[in-house]
Design a protein around this ligand. Structure first.
Ligand SMILES: *Cc1c(COP(=O)(O)O)cnc(C)c1O
Length: 492
């Protein structure tokens, strides 16, 4: 499998290099050149999560040592997950909820990030590298903690997380501020996620940033790294095969997936699954009030001239959706064209697709958005009518499901990706259910009493952990913060 920059298709690299670099030097994203591979679903049917993960990941990351990869998958998907199935599927009739939050930090980011340190280690071995690895991460709330947890005290590796000071939930903030490990740094930025992501991306394409630092390599734990995307393909297959095994669908019957979307990473993993033969009818992109993607998928115009909202689904409060660039590359098959669109976005804050390209995208994608009221209403409806407790992100996707069903009246089976534990957002969930409690820990207790669901231990124990990180910086102090941190790492 070869990977090229979405902005320059002359830059082929193997998977291990794409993993280590994270982002291309030209600012583009490493994108796999897909051959006509179709996984044999029947053959995959009897595999457990790890077996499935091995088949899919070893196909995409084909230059990593196969035996070591298998061991890595065993180590990543162990008792860190509180469910043996890793991503259990809750079948509620035509609709199923894929629970992706059974890892340590209670968000779907754990699925890929539990494995990423091992993948980077194998990529390092493959290329005989010795330098220290510095991972810069921008987070809208969940990636940060999942990455801090995964990389804490990993040898020769240092992790730095930038998160928006306002917007992340109290629990998300506490999760990051109490992180352990001697190799971690957490910095709040007085801006939003887009500011954090812009900062980190700028560091990758800044040719001078590593000047004089000969013992450091930069990489990324964001979904701009293919090491994040590839492990996420696995659970699309897992959910589908589970429906087959449970006799909900026939092998090869098409289904729809509803994905709460921010940086377009999770849903792009679904697109890659479809490209490799998973019978997906449509991938439905669900947005919150920051509905730039919904507008784009309907009208073909990506327009940043709009307000930024902080919502109760903060991990989707994003306007510059990075992985969309990969989709553009797949559809346009022309890196010059992608490059020019991205330039238009940087310079004018807007780009437009021609009708043919838009309609090609619409063959695979549909989209809906949920207002804050829609989101709360959906949490309420699902709890009282379907007896399932969902978090605000999953609620955005469930709302999309309800709308889609209403509009298309189709009978296809559907899977909603449930991306976070409701206990991460207890106050908002409780509020949606008609109860008030602003203290996040009391809110967890009340939510647990009301629902009968257990509070994940990693969340309840936050209450007693000491705060280690409370640094907050202005946006324009960001590059200096990165430079200082890299110097520190180089000299460590
Ligand atoms: C990150 C995140 C999302 C959005 O995922 P993308 O890959 O950025 O589209 C949705 N829900 C939750 C809970 C998240 O943490």
């Amino acid at each position: 499998m070869k990977y090229v920059s979405s902005r320059n298709n002359q830059t082929e690299v193997p998977a291990s290099i794409a993993l280590i670099k994270g982002l291309c030097e030209d600012g583009g994203l490493y994108t796999p050149i897909l051959e006509d591979k179709r996984f044999d679903l029947e053959e995959l049917l009897n595999k457990d999560y790890k077996g499935l993960a091995y088949e899919i990941i070893s196909y995409f990351l084909d230059d990593l040592d196969k035996d070591k990869l298998k061991k890595a998958i065993d180590l990543a998907y162990d008792s860190k997950f509180d469910d043996q199935e890793i991503t259990p599927l809750n079948i509620l009739g035509d609709l199923s909820i894929l629970e992706l939050w059974h890892g340590r930090t209670c968000a779907f980011k754990d699925v890929a990030l539990s494995l990423l340190p091992y993948l980077l280690q194998l990529a390092y071995e493959k290329n005989g590298l010795q330098q220290k690895l510095s991972i810069l991460t921008a987070t809208s709330g969940d990636t940060g903690k999942a990455a801090l947890e995964a990389f804490a005290d990993v040898k020769h590796t240092y992790i730095t997380v930038f998160y928006p000071e306002i917007g992340v939930s109290d629990i998300q903030k506490l999760q990051m501020a109490t992180s352990i490990g001697n190799n971690v740094e957490v910095i709040a930025v007085k801006g939003n996620f887009d500011d954090c992501q812009r900062l980190v991306k700028k560091a990758y394409s800044d040719k001078d940033i590593l000047q004089g630092l000969d013992d450091v390599i930069l990489s990324s734990a964001n979904s701009i790294n293919i090491g994040r995307l590839v492990p996420q393909i696995v659970y699309y297959f897992y959910a589908y095969l589970k429906l087959v095994k449970e006799k909900q669908i026939q092998l090869s019957e098409e289904i729809d997936f509803f994905v709460p979307t921010g940086n377009f990473g999770d849903i792009l993993a679904g697109y890659l699954a479809k490209k490799c033969g998973l019978p997906i009818h449509k991938l439905i992109c669900a947005s919150n009030s920051n509905n730039i993607l919904t507008d784009f998928l309907h009208q073909g115009s990506y327009d940043l001239h709009r307000p930024f909202y902080t919502t109760m689904s903060p991990s989707m409060d994003i306007l510059i959706s990075s992985n969309l660039e990969r989709l553009l590359y797949f559809v346009l098959k022309d890196s010059d064209k992608v490059s020019s669109l991205m330039k238009q976005m940087d310079e004018n804050g807007i780009y437009e697709l021609d009708e043919k390209t838009l309609s090609k995208i619409q063959d695979d994608f549909d989209s809906f958005y949920a207002s804050e009221e829609n989101c709360a209403e959906t949490i309420r409806k699902y709890f009282f009518e379907k007896h399932v407790l969902i978090d605000p992100h999953a609620a955005v996707a469930c709302h999309a499901y309800e709308r889609y069903k209403e509009e298309t009246k189709n009978e296809r089976k559907a899977v909603v990706l449930s991306t976070a534990s409701p206990f991460k957002f207890s106050s908002d969930v409780l509020h949606a259910l008609g109860k008030q409690e602003s203290d996040p820990f009391k809110a967890m207790e009340k939510l647990s009493d009301l629902s009968g669901c257990k509070i994940p231990q990693s969340l309840s124990e936050l209450k007693d952990l000491p705060i280690r990180f409370d640094k907050a910086i202005e946006i324009d102090e960001g590059m200096d913060a990165i430079k200082n941190r890299l110097k520190e790492i180089n000299n460590a």
